[in-house]
Design a protein around this ligand. Structure first.
Ligand SMILES: C=C(O[C@@H]1C=C(C(=O)O)C=C[C@H]1O)C(=O)O
Length: 110
């Protein structure tokens, strides 16, 4: 006969939200996700200012040599930290491409 655990055995609780261990992990994940969003918001606030500066001074929206240095730096940081460097490069590329898109729009506005 299975132990009486009020329906909290691993088999009965994982799919729902009553598992306390999973719930604690998820609270931590939620905090980390919030931090990521806050950091991205700050990053985009700064890159917005960079876009205005570039538009005012007629500088090109993208700077490939700067991007190359950032990718190399973040790949090394990722490797040191146990994060997949390919993933870190894809993530940075995704963010930078969005920033460049914003800079192109800022240049078009003049
Ligand atoms: C923010 C800049 O503009 C672009 C966006 C970058 C970024 O998001 O990190 C880096 C280089 C540029 O292509 C910059 O030139 O510094």
């Amino acid at each position: 006969m299975p132990p009486s655990d009020g329906g909290r055995s691993p088999h009965s609780s994982v799919a729902g939200t009553s598992d306390e261990v999973l719930g604690a992990y998820r609270r931590s994940i939620d905090n980390i996700d919030a931090a990521i969003i806050h950091m991205l918001a700050e990053r985009f606030r700064i890159t917005q200012a960079v876009g205005e500066y570039k538009a005012t001074h007629e500088l090109p929206p993208a700077d490939p040599s700067r991007e190359e240095r950032q990718v190399a730096r973040l790949r090394a940081l990722a490797t040191e930290s146990g994060l997949d460097p390919e993933f870190s490069e894809k993530f940075l590329r995704f963010v930078i491409d969005e920033v460049i898109h914003h800079h192109v729009r800022a240049a078009e506005r003049g």
